[in-house]
Design a protein around this ligand. Sequence first.
Ligand code: NAD
Length: 477
Amino acid sequence: MTEVKHWQNFIAGEWVDGSESIDVYDPATGEVFASMAAADAADIDRAVQAARACVASGELTDCRPAVRAEMLHRIAAEIRALAEEGAPLLVQESGKSLDDAMGEFTTAARYFEYYAGMADKIEGKSIPLGNDYVDFTYYEPMGVSAQIVPWNFPVDICARSLAPALAAGNAVVVKTPENTPLAMLLLAKACQNAGLPDGALSIINGYGHSTGAQLVAHPGIDQIVFTGSVATGQAILRCAADRALPCVMELGGKSAAVVFNDADMDQLLSSVKWGIFFNAGQVCSAMSRMLVQRAIYDQVVAAVKDLSESLQMGAGMDNADLTPLASADQQNRVASIVNRAKEEGARLVTGGDVPQRAGYFFEATVFADVTPDMSIFRDEVFGPVLAITPFDTEEEAWELANGTEFGLVAGVFTHDLTRAMRASRKLQAGQVFVNEWYAGGIETPFGGIKLSGYGREKGQEALYSYVHTKNVAIRVT
Ligand code: NAD
């Protein structure tokens, strides 16, 4: 029998238990392997009060910014040191591949290094108002940033918001996703080892409808950073409206790759493998739709079928091509959306079922001849499911690509640079990839438009989600 290890919340520099605990499952086997303390209202209050006290003490803001930069560099080094321990844990709780899990820790460390480099460059402006005035702006941290993280890239996404928030001098209270909370807690360990002041970071666990909802409604927070589903984002925005709290909303997507007749087939297929089957398609910016120009449509559908059928399904620890979904709930959700697509008449090219094996796996699935009236064209699946639609003209392609309520990312495959530039203007999305899905990095601003949310993470731009601008005008004559 597997030993069930118990994990605690990290509140104000201490590891503390909760009144309740939540089981953590291994998606590759469906077995419970750990339990996690859930934070209740009193725990949340303690975390927020500690963050408030940290803000009030000026510990993060009264120092020279270079001191904060050094702190972030130390945290990055600690994260790298914890990767060997953390990556297998992340595999066990999420089902993802070991390479991907290691990549999350590396990326998390990179976020801290990147924003360490910016911590001492958050500079205001001097604004000319004539000889009678001196006018300048400076940036002030928001205060207490409440951050809610989803389960698909918990370590990466936690660091993505935490690093710029700390770089700007905020204190942070993070809520983990209930089914993948463990590896993320190592970020608290890294911060503790690096000497981050107590209260500057608390990481609390618990269900969204209780712990999450209580955190975002707490009167002691000054900002909400939410990454997750549209429905939860909307519920949080309603709550934030009561106090006019600033929010960053990183929500879902249904992103399309537009493939023109002159696309390079090798580039396209490696982008498909990465774009929709990486992490079993549980990526907000996944290539969940593909629009293919008519002359190469049959050829592309056949090549994507071969690719999908060549993928080896297996456990994350074996670095299989197709790893399990993160939970039984997610497996049921994917199965139900796929069944609906079949009923609505989408042509099933390959896959389409839960395989006969333990764990929360789902077959690599491809639908062709998908039309805009079908739910599989519009609804986010968050699984290894690709919907392919043919098109004839460029104008039709833009209309199809923009024809959902989402606007997170989009891609174009063509060697016509003029057309690629047109695509970059016509596609309604926060990021446009040309000839490589996921082109970009932690340095490039990321976020959505439409129902995919607003605000930007990553890049220099993200830092300004964590500060207010203050203008000071001085009459000098
Ligand atoms: P989810 O909305 O169910 O949960 C996300 C987080 O919100 C979890 O920590 C959950 O506990 C918490 N939560 C749930 N209800 C809450 C409430 N009422 N108040 C406060 N917190 C609450 O989403 P999910 O299923 O975990 O993640 C998948 C979704 O996230 C997909 O739609 C995906 O596209 C999106 N996502 C977006 C990005 C991005 O950067 N745009 C990145 C990853 C995932």
